[in-house]
Design a protein around this ligand. Structure first.
Ligand SMILES: Cc1cc2nc3c(=O)[nH]c(=O)nc-3n(C[C@H](O)[C@H](O)[C@H](O)COP(=O)(O)O)c2cc1C
Length: 194
Protein backbone atom coordinates (compact mmCIF):
# COMPACT_ATOMS: atom_id res chain seq x y z
CA UNK A 1 0.00 0.00 0.00
CA UNK A 2 1.22 3.51 -0.74
CA UNK A 3 0.33 6.81 0.87
CA UNK A 4 -2.98 6.76 -0.96
CA UNK A 5 -5.58 4.96 1.09
CA UNK A 6 -7.53 1.90 -0.05
CA UNK A 7 -10.11 4.09 -1.77
CA UNK A 8 -7.34 5.79 -3.73
CA UNK A 9 -7.77 9.18 -2.03
CA UNK A 10 -4.71 11.39 -2.00
CA UNK A 11 -2.97 12.16 1.26
CA UNK A 12 -3.33 15.85 2.14
CA UNK A 13 -0.03 17.63 2.73
CA UNK A 14 -0.04 21.18 4.07
CA UNK A 15 2.86 23.30 2.87
CA UNK A 16 3.08 25.89 5.61
CA UNK A 17 4.55 29.32 4.87
CA UNK A 18 6.24 30.25 8.13
CA UNK A 19 6.67 34.03 7.89
CA UNK A 20 3.89 36.61 8.23
CA UNK A 21 5.67 39.98 8.23
CA UNK A 22 4.33 42.62 5.80
CA UNK A 23 7.33 42.63 3.44
CA UNK A 24 8.08 38.93 3.66
CA UNK A 25 9.19 36.83 0.71
CA UNK A 26 7.90 33.62 2.28
CA UNK A 27 4.82 33.33 0.11
CA UNK A 28 6.90 33.41 -3.09
CA UNK A 29 9.52 31.07 -1.62
CA UNK A 30 6.80 28.59 -0.63
CA UNK A 31 5.27 28.74 -4.10
CA UNK A 32 8.77 28.14 -5.56
CA UNK A 33 9.21 25.10 -3.31
CA UNK A 34 5.87 23.63 -4.39
CA UNK A 35 6.68 24.26 -8.07
CA UNK A 36 10.05 22.50 -7.77
CA UNK A 37 8.93 19.38 -5.91
CA UNK A 38 8.85 16.26 -8.08
CA UNK A 39 5.42 15.07 -9.02
CA UNK A 40 3.83 12.88 -6.33
CA UNK A 41 0.53 11.41 -7.55
CA UNK A 42 -0.41 10.15 -4.08
CA UNK A 43 -0.09 13.53 -2.38
CA UNK A 44 -2.38 16.56 -2.50
CA UNK A 45 -0.28 19.63 -1.66
CA UNK A 46 -1.96 22.75 -0.28
CA UNK A 47 -0.21 26.00 0.59
CA UNK A 48 -1.21 27.24 4.03
CA UNK A 49 -0.40 30.88 4.72
CA UNK A 50 -0.24 31.61 8.45
CA UNK A 51 -1.35 35.15 7.66
CA UNK A 52 -4.80 33.69 6.93
CA UNK A 53 -5.09 32.15 10.38
CA UNK A 54 -6.14 34.03 13.51
CA UNK A 55 -4.16 32.32 16.26
CA UNK A 56 -4.06 34.46 19.43
CA UNK A 57 -2.98 31.64 21.77
CA UNK A 58 -5.83 32.27 24.17
CA UNK A 59 -6.92 28.79 25.23
CA UNK A 60 -7.26 28.06 28.96
CA UNK A 61 -5.95 24.50 28.93
CA UNK A 62 -2.80 23.04 27.45
CA UNK A 63 -3.17 22.06 23.78
CA UNK A 64 -2.29 18.41 24.45
CA UNK A 65 -5.71 18.03 26.12
CA UNK A 66 -7.50 19.12 22.95
CA UNK A 67 -10.17 20.99 24.95
CA UNK A 68 -10.46 23.97 22.65
CA UNK A 69 -12.89 26.73 23.65
CA UNK A 70 -12.45 29.08 20.71
CA UNK A 71 -13.66 28.68 17.15
CA UNK A 72 -10.33 29.90 15.73
CA UNK A 73 -8.49 27.11 17.56
CA UNK A 74 -11.06 24.53 16.47
CA UNK A 75 -10.69 25.67 12.86
CA UNK A 76 -6.88 25.36 13.03
CA UNK A 77 -7.27 21.97 14.72
CA UNK A 78 -9.52 20.75 11.92
CA UNK A 79 -7.13 22.03 9.27
CA UNK A 80 -4.04 20.42 10.76
CA UNK A 81 -5.86 17.33 12.02
CA UNK A 82 -7.20 16.68 8.52
CA UNK A 83 -3.73 16.60 7.01
CA UNK A 84 -1.49 13.55 6.70
CA UNK A 85 1.82 15.41 6.55
CA UNK A 86 3.48 18.82 6.50
CA UNK A 87 6.18 20.71 4.66
CA UNK A 88 7.40 23.71 6.63
CA UNK A 89 8.99 26.58 4.70
CA UNK A 90 10.75 28.87 7.14
CA UNK A 91 13.12 31.81 7.06
CA UNK A 92 15.84 32.24 9.64
CA UNK A 93 15.35 35.07 12.13
CA UNK A 94 18.25 35.65 14.53
CA UNK A 95 19.36 32.01 14.31
CA UNK A 96 15.83 30.74 14.96
CA UNK A 97 12.55 30.41 13.10
CA UNK A 98 9.68 32.96 13.22
CA UNK A 99 7.53 33.32 16.30
CA UNK A 100 4.44 33.06 14.07
CA UNK A 101 5.40 29.52 13.15
CA UNK A 102 6.12 28.49 16.75
CA UNK A 103 2.79 30.01 17.75
CA UNK A 104 0.97 28.01 15.07
CA UNK A 105 2.65 24.81 16.25
CA UNK A 106 1.96 25.45 19.92
CA UNK A 107 -1.77 25.98 19.39
CA UNK A 108 -2.16 22.22 18.92
CA UNK A 109 -0.54 18.94 19.85
CA UNK A 110 -2.22 15.70 18.83
CA UNK A 111 -3.02 17.07 15.40
CA UNK A 112 0.72 17.06 14.62
CA UNK A 113 1.90 13.92 16.39
CA UNK A 114 3.16 10.90 14.49
CA UNK A 115 2.89 12.59 11.09
CA UNK A 116 5.62 12.96 8.44
CA UNK A 117 7.28 16.37 8.11
CA UNK A 118 9.82 18.08 5.91
CA UNK A 119 11.65 21.34 6.59
CA UNK A 120 12.87 23.83 3.99
CA UNK A 121 14.74 26.87 5.31
CA UNK A 122 16.03 30.04 3.73
CA UNK A 123 18.22 32.95 4.75
CA UNK A 124 21.45 34.70 3.87
CA UNK A 125 23.30 31.64 5.14
CA UNK A 126 20.54 29.22 4.14
CA UNK A 127 18.78 29.18 7.49
CA UNK A 128 20.24 25.94 8.80
CA UNK A 129 20.10 27.06 12.41
CA UNK A 130 16.38 27.79 12.07
CA UNK A 131 15.87 24.38 10.47
CA UNK A 132 17.76 22.69 13.32
CA UNK A 133 15.66 24.41 15.95
CA UNK A 134 12.43 23.60 14.13
CA UNK A 135 13.56 19.98 13.77
CA UNK A 136 14.01 19.75 17.53
CA UNK A 137 10.50 21.11 18.16
CA UNK A 138 8.98 18.70 15.64
CA UNK A 139 10.80 15.88 17.44
CA UNK A 140 9.12 17.11 20.63
CA UNK A 141 5.78 16.91 18.85
CA UNK A 142 6.65 13.29 17.96
CA UNK A 143 6.62 14.06 14.27
CA UNK A 144 8.74 12.08 11.83
CA UNK A 145 10.91 14.54 9.93
CA UNK A 146 12.90 13.91 6.76
CA UNK A 147 16.62 13.93 7.58
CA UNK A 148 17.52 16.11 4.61
CA UNK A 149 16.56 19.75 5.23
CA UNK A 150 17.11 21.85 2.10
CA UNK A 151 18.63 25.24 2.87
CA UNK A 152 17.97 27.98 0.31
CA UNK A 153 20.63 30.70 0.31
CA UNK A 154 19.49 34.24 -0.40
CA UNK A 155 21.82 36.21 -2.71
CA UNK A 156 23.95 38.90 -1.10
CA UNK A 157 22.46 41.45 -3.54
CA UNK A 158 19.22 41.26 -1.56
CA UNK A 159 21.04 42.71 1.42
CA UNK A 160 23.42 45.10 -0.31
CA UNK A 161 21.39 46.36 -3.25
CA UNK A 162 17.82 45.63 -2.26
CA UNK A 163 17.38 43.04 -5.00
CA UNK A 164 13.87 41.57 -5.15
CA UNK A 165 12.62 38.08 -4.53
CA UNK A 166 13.15 37.20 -8.21
CA UNK A 167 16.92 37.21 -7.58
CA UNK A 168 16.42 34.82 -4.69
CA UNK A 169 14.29 32.39 -6.67
CA UNK A 170 16.94 32.27 -9.42
CA UNK A 171 19.66 31.53 -6.89
CA UNK A 172 17.69 28.64 -5.37
CA UNK A 173 18.30 26.44 -8.43
CA UNK A 174 21.39 24.97 -6.75
CA UNK A 175 19.22 23.58 -3.97
CA UNK A 176 16.88 21.58 -6.21
CA UNK A 177 18.78 18.27 -5.76
CA UNK A 178 18.52 18.66 -1.99
CA UNK A 179 14.81 19.46 -2.31
CA UNK A 180 14.28 16.31 -4.37
CA UNK A 181 16.22 14.19 -1.87
CA UNK A 182 14.23 15.57 1.06
CA UNK A 183 10.92 15.01 -0.72
CA UNK A 184 11.85 11.39 -1.51
CA UNK A 185 12.59 10.83 2.19
CA UNK A 186 9.33 12.57 3.12
CA UNK A 187 7.36 10.26 0.83
CA UNK A 188 9.10 7.24 2.33
CA UNK A 189 7.84 8.32 5.74
CA UNK A 190 4.28 7.83 4.43
CA UNK A 191 5.17 4.37 3.17
CA UNK A 192 6.61 3.49 6.57
CA UNK A 193 3.39 4.57 8.26
CA UNK A 194 1.16 2.21 6.28
C1 LIG B 1 14.13 39.63 12.38
C2 LIG B 1 15.05 39.08 11.30
C3 LIG B 1 16.16 38.36 11.66
C4 LIG B 1 16.99 37.79 10.69
N1 LIG B 1 18.02 36.98 11.06
C5 LIG B 1 18.71 36.30 10.12
C6 LIG B 1 19.70 35.33 10.49
O1 LIG B 1 19.92 35.03 11.64
N2 LIG B 1 20.34 34.68 9.50
C7 LIG B 1 20.09 34.91 8.17
O2 LIG B 1 20.72 34.28 7.31
N3 LIG B 1 19.18 35.81 7.79
C8 LIG B 1 18.49 36.51 8.74
N4 LIG B 1 17.53 37.41 8.38
C9 LIG B 1 17.31 37.62 6.95
C10 LIG B 1 16.10 36.80 6.50
O3 LIG B 1 16.41 35.45 6.36
C11 LIG B 1 15.55 37.38 5.20
O4 LIG B 1 15.24 38.74 5.43
C12 LIG B 1 14.32 36.66 4.72
O5 LIG B 1 13.83 37.33 3.59
C13 LIG B 1 13.24 36.62 5.79
O6 LIG B 1 12.11 35.91 5.33
P1 LIG B 1 10.72 36.65 5.06
O7 LIG B 1 11.05 37.82 4.15
O8 LIG B 1 9.87 35.66 4.38
O9 LIG B 1 10.19 37.09 6.38
C14 LIG B 1 16.71 38.01 9.33
C15 LIG B 1 15.58 38.77 8.98
C16 LIG B 1 14.75 39.29 9.95
C17 LIG B 1 13.50 40.05 9.53
Amino acid sequence: MTHTDVAGAKAKVLVIAGSTRPTRICREVTEWVIAHLPSAPGLDLELVDLRDWHLPFDEATIPALGQYQHDHTRAWSAKVGGAAGFIFVTPQYNWGYPAALKNALDHLYREWTGKPAMIVSYGFQGGEKAAGQLRQVLDGLRMRTAATMPALTLPVEMRTEGAGVEAALLSFAAAVPSLEAAFAEFQNLFEAAT
